[in-house]
Design a protein around this ligand. Structure first.
Ligand SMILES: [Zn+2]
Length: 349
């Protein structure tokens, strides 16, 4: 059960009452699930890994409908549609892309989802009020990527380090309007080590951490991607599984909050910017590995692209991204108090 008691006292009264009602509902749901008692997952072992059946996910989370058509399956409720494709390494929740730790497989007619992805991806997104010990926060540590001698990505219109700093000033203003305290890891064109950025977050009480970057890859790559720390024992989105992936990182304490925060920020940014969706992905970048607070890294678009680079160069784009990240943070805070954090982005494909 989420404990946000101290935090709730700062909310307007009607919101607080609503919050209490929701928490009470969640508590009831915990003791009396729709299945009428303790639920027994049927765990299937494949490739030395645990999987669960999509049919059981439907039952446990009380999705009214599971539809199958060819290699695709959809779990549907009034507020959420999740699309699974056999052998795929990603799923779509309300049309927003999420990279899985392990692909979807089919065995003996059953569609299987890895237990890891159920615990570390689906569960915190479907019911964020169940995130254990979710940290109340009133402060956002805003980290402008790169700086000083480290320009980051350099595109035809400018350098990442300048765009990130400008975006973070705008984000600071947007967050203050929403009532958050903010700390910027840098306020000028200086170089900070990744360790220094992590240390600022770790010594700030009641905070979450958002690192803002822009991307680079050739001249045609475009889109928005948001990174949450890879869970212990899983590969990052771009790499094969290696032995060091078995090590626990400090940030893994916050796995559930990390993915819920990434979901809220990514979905809102995608919706507001109408960017290409490159997905919520997994990484072990130092800034998100080392922090003990909920944290994410946003790649707002490609400065290397002639079209997206031109978009990013316009202040209106950076303002929209900043407002969208702030709004996503607000949605994350609300999601911890609701029964589901549904990314809103039109119909599913
Ligand atoms: Zn960067």
């Amino acid at each position: 059960m989420v404990r946000l008691d101290s935090f709730s006292s700062q909310l307007p009264l009607h919101t607080r009452r609503e919050w209490l009602r929701r928490v009470t509902m969640s508590a009831l749901a915990l003791t009396a699930p729709a299945t009428g008692g303790a639920f027994e997952w049927k765990v299937v072992q494949e490739n030395g890994r645990d999987y669960v059946r999509l049919q059981d996910i439907k039952t446990f989370y009380t999705f009214p409908r599971l539809q199958r058509e060819g290699r695709n399956s959809w779990l549907r409720s009034n507020t959420m549609i999740i699309k699974f494709s056999n052998e795929a390494e990603d799923i779509f929740i309300n049309n927003v892309k999420f990279c899985l730790s392990f692909p979807i497989i089919e065995r003996d007619g059953s569609v299987l989802v890895s237990r890891m992805d159920l615990a570390k991806l689906l569960d915190p997104i479907i019911r964020p009020t169940y995130i254990e010990n979710a940290q109340p926060f009133d402060t956002v540590v805003v980290d402008a990527g790169h700086g000083g001698h480290d320009s980051g990505a350099v595109g035809p219109y400018g350098a990442e380090k300048a765009y990130t700093l400008d975006t973070c000033f705008r984000l600071e203003k947007a967050l203050k309007i929403l009532g958050y305290k903010t700390i910027l890891t840098r306020r000028s064109d200086i170089f900070l080590t990744l360790g220094e950025r992590v240390a600022i977050a770790n010594r700030t009480p009641r905070c979450i951490f958002v690192s803002v970057h822009y991307n680079s890859f050739g001249s045609s790559a475009m889109g928005l991607e948001t990174f949450a720390l890879a869970p212990q024992g899983t590969a990052t989105t771009y790499d094969e599984l290696k032995s060091s992936d078995m090590n626990n990182r400090r940030g893994n304490l916050r796995d559930s909050e990390n993915i819920a925060l990434a979901t809220a920020v990514h979905a809102n940014s995608l919706y507001k910017l109408r960017s290409v969706d490159r997905g919520v992905k997994r990484a072990r970048y130092s800034v998100i590995s080392g922090i003990e607070k909920p944290g994410i890294l946003v790649e707002g678009g490609f400065v290397s692209s002639s079209t997206e680079g031109a978009r990013i160069h316009r202040p209106e784009f950076r303002q929209t991204l900043a407002d969208a990240i702030a709004g996503g943070i607000g949605n994350y805070r609300k999601a911890l108090m609701k029964r589901s954090s549904v990314p809103q982005r039109g119909r599913t494909s």
